[in-house]
Design a binder for this molecule. Structure first.
Ligand code: NOJ
Length: 719
């Protein structure tokens, strides 16, 4: 269809038909779905009529080629103008082949594999009938109490932006119309959903516009620059106004300044939530505020369908605003090729072949192994085949390692840790030891028995998937007490302990890291998780992941992140005893484990630094080179990181900002020179008047294996 044809289609639509395009409902509302439109409970209370459903524009959460095709077929039977339904779903880190959770993918620092994971997710989802995924989620996070930190790639604006781009490329490919193996992406949650006060989901977000632009907005913008088709609003307020009714956010910033012309969708129920937020009296006012602010599609509440017509009649809402929103939706349907083929990629036969293919499982295993972070290793890993292993803990034989966002994943088809280890050695004793949050004397006794004649204890611990994700916030971010009791009990046996953690957030590791000889942070590693972790435990793959979110020393430090400001009274030397400094009396300022940190079975040295110049000008960048040598016995990957600091800005500047990184793979004894370039553009920032420029003056650059252990270089920017 041409733009002209789309516009004439719009002209043929009645106001009711247009408004219904702005409504998104869940699968059960539709004829042809498993519930065949017979809805009950809260959904029935929405008061949606059969006619509204017949005209509605999009559906969420349905998948499976057969189901999608059946619903589409039924729908088109009654849709007067033959406008197909759009199918959207949360395909966040895999469809049925589940990849590690995004926070883990972040720790791989591997943009190519991240892109590949999204491409595979898109392929599985599209043959199963999905057109749009509600991903990537790119919210910047600093508070591990918030359950959704597992859905993002971490605390750094630059790294999050790079991953946002990679995911969008992977989901969308080059051309959605021709490549029906891809899906449109919807970046979320716009904006700053990752900064709720107290780390409590849906809570208020309070920050200056400068902070918003500096840290929180770049990743959404990066996704849009990569061509992301849709944006989802967040549940929180931005400067006192909930995102879904925030004109400044959507009309001024997104549509005006950023020139975004794609579809904006509210999060689930967020339009109606303008009422409890206290900015709308009723659904009518909520509808008016949301449409005027720029929300095109209302997800799962009925404020638009029940009120927009009247709002147009009373001239409170101009019909042109509705036309614009509808046209954007029609354009997206056209881009996806739905007017030519309303079933698009859905294909029952291909679905059988493609979904969870060996190729996809192998890709998931590879990315899982690269996402795991080795946090501690006192000469115990890798394990030797001849060692007798006791595998103990609630995650020893658990398929609950897919993470909370894997509604299509199958726990039964997931490779558990016990399966993975059994492929490596035949001498394993297994015991559960404790449940996630409870433990009995019998369980402890069984664990001790299993461990008694073992050479090494592998403890599989963590949080079950309900303990993170949406509405999965925790105020105490230690491992549950039951599991710490198990650790202490086994410690009494005086045998080496290797802890493997399956969890969705940086934890306070006290009670574990001090007792275990080695700790491997496996996050939720996905469908092939048990195999990937076993590869690492036995040294078939060398750990290379590095943290993209700091692990706090204790929850009292939160938020703790590497790119903080210095304050006027910084505590520069941890050993100095002076009172009037910015510090805690009882714990250090530094996190337990910093951003960028992760161990390997080999060692790398950094040497032969070369700096091209002591100045950067707008015309001449500076280059910094370093030689990385693998000085250990294993082939390994090192993630070399470049940070900078502006020593004197017009506003305060972070003590470090990641500007570049490179991942190198080196055999024992091998070296490679890495060169980073620092340009004037990388030194720009938002000033107090929100201008994005750089200032002349002194800077430092840092190169190192993490954000704390770095070598410093000084340079000046001359303009
Ligand atoms: C609510 C979540 O916040 C959002 O991330 C998700 O995409 C929608 N529900 C749809 O399932």
């Amino acid at each position: 269809m041409t733009e002209h044809q789309l516009k004439s289609l719009l002209e043929q639509m009645t106001l009711d038909e247009k408004i219904a395009q702005l409504l998104q409902l869940a699968g059960p509302f539709y004829k042809g779905s498993k519930d065949n439109g017979e809805i009950t409970g809260p959904m029935a209370e929405m008061g949606i009529t059969a006619e509204e459903i017949e005209k509605s524009g999009s559906v969420l959460g349905v998948s499976g080629a057969q189901d999608v095709m059946r619903i589409q077929e039924e729908y088109l039977k009654t849709n007067r103008l033959g406008i197909p339904l759009l199918f959207m779903a949360d395909v966040v880190h895999g469809y049925k082949t589940i990849f590690p959770v995004p926070l883990a993918i972040g720790c791989s620092w591997d943009l190519d594999l991240a892109e590949k994971s999204a491409e595979i997710a898109a392929k599985e989802a599209s043959v199963s009938g999905v057109h749009v995924t509600f991903a990537p989620m790119v919210d910047l996070v600093r508070d591990p109490r918030w359950g959704r930190v597992m859905e993002t790639t971490g605390e750094d604006p630059y790294l999050n932006s790079e991953f946002a781009r990679a995911f969008v490329r992977g989901f969308q490919g080059e051309n959605l119309q021709e490549d029906t193996n891809r899906v449109a992406a919807c970046v979320k949650h716009f904006a700053a959903y990752g900064a709720p006060e107290g780390g409590r989901d849906y809570n208020t977000v309070n920050m200056s516009e400068r902070q918003l632009r500096e840290s929180y907005l770049p990743a959404y913008k990066a996704a849009l620059d990569e061509g992301c088709e849709m944006v989802m609003t967040s549940f929180n307020t931005v400067d006192g106004i909930p995102s879904s009714g925030n004109k400044w956010l959507m009309r001024h910033l997104l549509r005006g300044e950023w020139q975004f012309d794609g579809v904006v969708i509210s999060d689930w129920g967020a339009v109606k939530e303008l009422i409890p937020h206290g900015v709308a009296e009723d659904e009518r006012e909520a509808a008016a505020k949301a449409i005027l602010a720029g929300v095109d599609i209302e997800m799962m509440t009925a404020c638009y369908v029940k009120n927009l017509k009247h709002l147009v009649e009373t001239k409170e809402v101009n019909e042109a605003i509705i036309d614009e929103a509808v046209l954007r939706i029609l354009q997206l349907k056209h881009k996806l090729g739905l007017f030519d083929n309303p079933y698009r990629g859905a294909d029952v036969k291909l679905e059988q072949e493609v979904v969870m293919s060996d190729e996809h499982l192998n890709a998931s295993r590879e990315l899982a192994a690269k996402s795991v972070v080795l946090l501690k290793n006192e000469n115990i890993l890798p394990l030797k085949k001849e060692q007798k292993v006791a595998l103990i803990g609630p995650f020893a034989q658990s398929g609950d390692i897919l993470g909370p966002w894997s509604w299509m994943g199958s726990k039964e088809k997931t490779i558990q840790l016990a399966d993975g280890l059994s492929d490596k050695t035949s001498t394993i004793n297994i015991a559960k030891g404790s449940d996630i949050e409870t433990v009995t004397d019998e369980q402890l006794e069984e664990a001790v028995n299993a461990a008694e004649d073992a050479d090494v204890i592998v403890l599989a611990l963590g949080e079950d998937s309900d303990m993170s994700g949406e509405a999965g916030c925790r105020a105490d971010i230690r491992l549950p007490e039951s599991q710490l009791v198990l650790v202490s009990k086994l410690k009494q046996l005086d045998k080496p302990i290797v802890a493997v953690l399956f969890n969705g957030r940086p934890l306070d590791l006290h009670g574990l890291i001090d007792q275990a000889d080695a700790v491997l942070e496996a996050w939720y590693p996905g469908t092939a998780g048990g195999a990937a972790v076993a590869d690492l435990l036995y040294g078939d793959v060398n750990p290379s992941g590095k943290l993209t979110m700091s692990f706090p020393y204790s929850v009292g430090q939160v938020p703790v992140y590497y790119n903080h400001y210095n304050t006027g009274r910084p505590k520069l030397d941890p050993d100095v005893k002076e009172r009037y400094l910015s510090q805690y009396l009882d714990i250090p300022n530094e996190p337990l484990l910093p951003f960028g940190f992760g161990l390997s079975y080999t060692t790398f040295t950094y040497s032969d630094y070369k700096v091209s110049s002591e100045t950067v000008t707008p015309e001449t960048p500076l280059t910094l080179s370093v030689k990385i040598t693998n000085t250990g016995d294993f082939t390994g990957d090192e993630i070399v990181q470049l940070y900078i600091r502006d020593l004197s800005g017009e506003v305060v500047r972070p003590v470090k900002e990641l500007k570049a990184f490179e991942k190198v793979s080196l055999k024992p004894g091998e070296s490679k020179e890495i060169t980073f370039t620092i340009t004037e553009e990388q030194l720009r920032y938002y000033h107090s008047d929100l201008q994005y420029t750089s200032d002349q003056g002194s800077f430092e650059a840092y190169i190192g294996p993490d954000s704390q252990h770095v070598t410093t270089f000084s340079f000046k920017l001359v303009k």
